[in-house]
Design a protein around this ligand. Structure first.
Ligand code: ADP
Ligand code: ZN
Ligand code: ZN
Length: 748
C-alpha cells in the first residue's frame, strides 16, 4: 500500500499548508474538506495538494480524522482565486478560504446533519391569527421564534434553536395546537425563500437606444471583457443587467451569474426584480448571499451555488468568494461604493476581486455606477475597460433633478433666518411638497441628536472615557453614546465639572433634524432612517416599505437612504452639513462626497415629476458643488484625476498601510518605526516610499492607541514583493496588541 499525504490549508495566520497522513477509505481529492487535528483541537481544513511523500518527519505527522465526502470538492479555479486574494492581501490561504465557507461546513460535527433530513416548520393560518396573542407578554425569545415563522416560508430546527434554546419543545406544543406544521427538507436543498412578488407580470419595458447598445455589447462578449456601465441615476442600469443576464442564461443552460450590490438593504429590491424577470427558471435558481441570512439559509444558498443549481447569486461583498462552478458573468452595481471594501480580517475589495475573477475565468464583468470610482474611471480613460454610457433617465419624461445651492453666508447677510439649521428656502420647499402630496428626503451624514454636549460656563465637553472622541447625544434613547466603542451613559443633568445646569447640545444629527422638521413643517409625517432606527433585524425593510407606500412625507436619514432606492414619489432632496467633507485630510473625501451627493440627488424625480435638490453650504462657489450643480461627473472626475496625477496619488501610485494598535501611542509608533527600519533593506523596497508613522485621527478607541505607516510605490510589483518579504519580519516584532497590513487602503 502506497503512502498518501495531503497538504491542508487551515484557518491560521500562516501562509503555509500543513501535511497530514491520509489513511481513510475514500480517496482524497483536491478541494475537499477534511477534519484534522491541529494543536490540541480538531479543525476543518481544505485539501490543497495530494502527495506521496512528505518532508515532515514521520513521528510528527498526524492523520486526517475524517473527510466531508458529501460535499463536492471546491474547484481548482476557486482555490486559485482564494490563493490570489490571500497572496495579494498578504494573508494565509486558509485565512481566506475557510472563512469564505458557511459556518456549518467549517464544523465537522455538523457535516452529517448538513446533508441529513432536518425538520422544518411552517406556520399555519391558525397560528398566524392566534400565536401573537397566545404568547406571554415578556417572552421575547418565543416572540422571536413566532416572528421568524411568520416571516419565512419555513424555519429549520437548527435556525430555530439559535433563536430559542427550547425551540424543539415549543414546536411540539405549537404542533399540538395546530398552529404550525412540519415540512421535511434536506438542508442541502434550498427552499424558495422569496419575498412576495408583485402580482401580474409587468410587460417588459422597451429598452432605450442607449440601454440596447449596452446590452448588446455585454451579451456579445464571450471572453474576459471588463465594462464600465456609466449611467446617470435612474438611467435603468438594472434593466441592462437583467437583459444581459437573460441573454446569457438563455444561451447557456448551465451558466451562472453573480450580481453584487453594496448593501444588504438593497438586496430585497433587486431580488424582487430578478425573481419577477426570471420567474421561468426553476425554483431555487436565484439565491441571496449576505451576512443577514440565518446560518442554515446561508449554508443552503451557498450549496445551491456550489452545486450549480442556483443560476443567479445576488449578494453583498462576501458573495464574491462564493463557489460557482459555471460562473459566466459578474455584475458589480454601484461599483464605487466603499462598502465593497472589507474593513477587517481579510481587507479585500470585492470590486477588484470581481475583475480578477472575471479575468481568471475569461468572462465579462460589468461595473455599474453613476459616479465610478476614479480607479475604474482611469481604467476606462486608458481604454482598458469598455465604457458604456447611459446619459438619460429611462422613464419617459423623467429628467435629472435641478441642483440649487443655498448659500448660508448669503442667507445670514440678508438677514433671512434659518430655523435650527434649516434654511428658509428649504423649509418653504418642504412645505410646498407637503401641499402637493409629494415626498421629500433630507440627508445628513450624522446620526444621533447632537455630536457634542458641552457646558458654556466652564468649557466641559462630554467625551468617551475610552476613546479620544466626543460622546454623541442620543435624545430618544436618553443616552450619551460613543460611536466608536459603544460606551453609553445617562445624560448628565448638570455639568459634571462646575455644576452649571445649562449644558447644551451643539451641532445636529438626524434625531435633531427629525425633531425640527416636525415643528417647522406642521402636519408632515416625518420618518427617520439611520443605524439607530433600524437596529432591529428587518426593521429597515419595514421602514422603506412605508416610504414606498406613501405613508411618509419627509424622510430624514444618513447615507442609508442615499443608495440605490427607487423612490417613486420623492421630488425634493435637502442636503445638510455636507461642507465638513470638503476640508478632510483624506484625499478621497471629495470623491466620496461627490458620489454621495449624486446618489442622494438621484433619489428625486425618478417617475416623471420634476425633482429638485437643495444643498445648504457656506462654500457655494466650491468647484465640487459647481460641478454637482452642472451634473458634471466627467468634468469632476477628470479634474480630480489631474490633481491626483500632479500630487502622485492613487490611481497613479499604489499604496499599502501598516496599522498598529498598542496600549500606548508610544508602543504603536515604536512598532511602526522598527517595522520601517526593517523594511528598507528588503527586495523591492528601494522603489517604495515609506512615510512617517503617524497617529490615527481618532487615536484612541476602547483604550487602544492606534497609529499607521503609509507605503507607496509607482510599481505594484515592487510593493507586493517588499510586502511579502516584510511579513516574517513583522511577525517577529513585539510590543503591540495587534497589527495589520492593508493593501489598497481606502481611508488614508
Ligand atoms: P439606476 O440603477 O440606473 O439608477 P434603475 O435601474 O433603478 O436606475 O431604473 C430607474 C427606473 O427606470 C426604474 O423604475 C426602472 O423600472 C425604470 N426603467 C428602466 N429602464 C426602462 C425603460 N427602458 N423604459 C421605462 N422604464 C425603465
Ligand atoms: Zn461646566
Ligand atoms: Zn468610545
Amino acid at each position: 500500500m502506497t503512502n498518501l499525504f495531503v497538504r491542508v490549508a487551515v484557518d491560521q495566520p500562516m501562509a503555509v499548508l500543513f501535511d497530514y497522513r491520509y489513511t481513510l477509505a475514500d480517496a482524497p481529492v483536491v478541494g475537499m474538506l477534511v477534519q484534522v487535528p491541529f494543536g490540541r483541537r480538531e479543525v476543518v481544513g481544505l485539501i490543497c495538494e495530494i502527495a506521496h511523500s512528505s518532508d515532515v518527519p514521520a513521528g510528527k505527522l498526524r492523520d486526517v480524522t475524517s473527510i466531508c465526502d458529501r460535499c463536492a470538492p471546491l474547484s481548482e479555479a476557486w482555490i486559485a482565486l482564494t490563493s490570489f486574494a490571500a497572496d495579494y492581501y498578504q494573508r494565509g490561504l486558509g485565512e481566506v478560504a475557510l472563512p469564505a465557507l458557511p459556518q456549518v461546513l467549517r464544523d465537522a460535527s455538523r457535516w452529517d446533519r448538513l446533508f441529513a433530513v432536518e425538520p422544518h416548520f411552517r406556520i399555519l393560518p391558525g397560528g398566524r391569527a392566534q400565536l401573537p396573542d397566545a404568547l406571554p407578554a415578556r417572552a421575547s425569545a418565543l416572540r422571536r421564534l413566532a416572528d421568524a415563522l411568520a416571516e419565512q416560508p419555513s424555519l429549520a430546527l437548527s435556525d430555530a434553536r439559535a433563536l430559542h434554546p427550547k425551540a424543539s419543545a415549543t414546536f411540539d406544543d405549537w404542533l399540538a395546537h395546530g398552529w404550525i406544521e412540519t415540512v421535511t427538507a434536506n438542508i442541502a436543498e434550498h427552499d424558495a425563500n422569496a419575498p412576495a412578488l408583485p402580482t401580474g407580470a409587468a410587460p417588459l419595458p422597451l429598452l432605450t437606444d442607449e440601454q440596447r447598445d449596452a446590452v448588446d455589447a455585454i451579451s456579445g462578449a464571450r471572453e474576459f471583457a471588463p465594462f464600465l456601465l456609466h449611467g446617470v441615476t435612474g438611467s435603468g442600469k438594472t434593466e441592462v443587467y437583467l437583459h444581459a443576464l437573460a441573454a446569457l442564461l438563455a444561451a447557456r443552460p448551465d451558466a451562472q451569474a453573480l450580481v453584487l450590490v453594496p448593501e444588504i438593504n438593497l438586496t430585497p429590491q433587486f431580488e424582487v426584480a430578478f425573481r419577477a424577470r426570471f420567474a421561468a427558471l426553476a425554483d431555487g435558481s436565484i439565491v441571496t448571499m449576505h451576512s443577514g441570512l440565518a446560518e442554515g439559509e446561508r449554508a443552503r444558498n451557498w450549496l445551491a451555488a456550489h452545486t450549480g443549481s442556483a443560476r443567479i447569486v445576488l449578494g453583498t461583498r462576501l458573495a464574491i468568494l462564493s463557489s460557482m462552478p459555471t460562473l459566466a458573468i459578474i455584475v458589480v452595481d454601484e461599483e464605487h461604493d466603499p462598502a465593497y471594501k472589507q474593513q477587517e480580517g481579510l481587507r479585500y475589495s470585492a470590486r477588484d476581486l470581481a475583475v480578477y475573477r472575471a479575468k481568471q475565468l475569461d468572462i465579462p464583468v460589468v461595473l455599474g455606477s453613476a459616479t465610478p470610482s476614479l480607479e475604474t474611471w482611469w481604467q476606462a480613460e486608458q481604454g482598458r475597460y469598455t465604457r458604456l454610457t447611459l446619459t438619460r433617465r429611462a422613464v419617459a419624461d423623467a429628467a435629472l433633478p435641478s441642483v440649487r445651492l443655498i448659500d448660508l453666508e448669503e442667507e445670514r447677510q440678508r438677514g433671512r433666518a434659518s430655523v435650527d439649521g434649516l434654511a428658509g428656502p428649504l423649509i418653504a420647499a418642504l412645505k410646498l411638497r407637503l401641499e402637493r402630496g409629494e415626498q421629500s428626503l433630507v440627508f445628513l451624514n450624522r446620526r444621533g441628536y447632537a455630536p457634542i454636549l458641552s457646558c458654556d460656563a466652564c468649557g466641559w465637553v462630554a467625551g468617551c472615557p475610552r476613546c479620544s472622541a466626543y460622546a454623541v447625544l442620543h435624545k430618544p434613547e436618553r443616552a450619551l453614546r460613543c460611536h466608536h466603542c459603544g460606551w453609553e451613559s445617562r445624560i448628565p443633568k448638570s455639568c459634571p465639572e462646575c455644576g452649571n445646569i445649562d449644558i447644551a447640545p451643539m451641532g445636529r444629527g438626524t434625531q435633531r433634524v427629525e425633531e425640527t422638521l416636525a415643528s417647522v413643517v406642521p402636519g408632515a409625517r416625518v420618518l427617520r432612517i439611520d443605524a439607530d432606527s433600524t437596529r432591529r433585524k428587518g426593521s429597515a425593510q419595514a421602514l422603506f416599505s412605508d416610504v414606498h407606500a406613501g405613508e411618509v412625507d419627509i424622510l430624514v436619514g444618513t447615507q442609508m437612504i442615499a443608495k440605490g432606492h427607487d423612490f417613486r414619489r420623492v421630488t425634493l432632496i435637502g442636503v445638510l452639513n455636507a461642507d465638513t467633507a470638503l476640508f478632510s485630510h483624506d484625499f478621497r473625501a471629495s470623491e466620496r462626497l461627490f458620489a454621495q451627493l449624486t446618489q442622494v440627488s438621484g433619489r428625486a424625480g425618478r417617475a416623471g415629476l420634476p425633482g429638485e435638490v437643495m444643498i445648504q453650504t457656506r462654500y457655494a462657489r466650491h468647484a465640487l458643488y459647481q460641478a454637482l450643480g452642472r451634473q458634471d461627473y466627467v468634468g469632476f472626475a477628470n479634474s480630480t484625476l489631474a490633481e491626483r496625477r500632479d500630487a502622485r496619488l492613487p490611481p497613479f501610485v499604489y499604496q499599502a498601510m501598516l496599522r498598529a494598535e498598542g496600549r500606548t501611542l508610544e508602543a504603536a509608533l515604536k512598532f511602526l518605526e522598527e517595522a520601517a527600519a526593517a523594511f528598507a533593506p528588503l527586495p523591492g523596497a528601494d522603489r517604495v516610499t515609506v512615510y512617517d508613522a503617524v497617529p490615527l485621527t481618532i487615536v484612541k478607541v476602547f483604550n487602544v492607541h492606534r497609529a499607521q505607516l503609509l507605503l507607496e510605490s509607482a510599481s505594484r510589483g515592487a510593493l507586493q514583493a517588499s510586502l511579502h518579504a516584510w511579513q516574517p519580519v513583522l511577525r517577529s516584532l513585539r510590543g503591540v496588541l495587534r497589527w495589520n497590513v492593508e493593501v489598497d487602503p481606502l481611508d488614508v
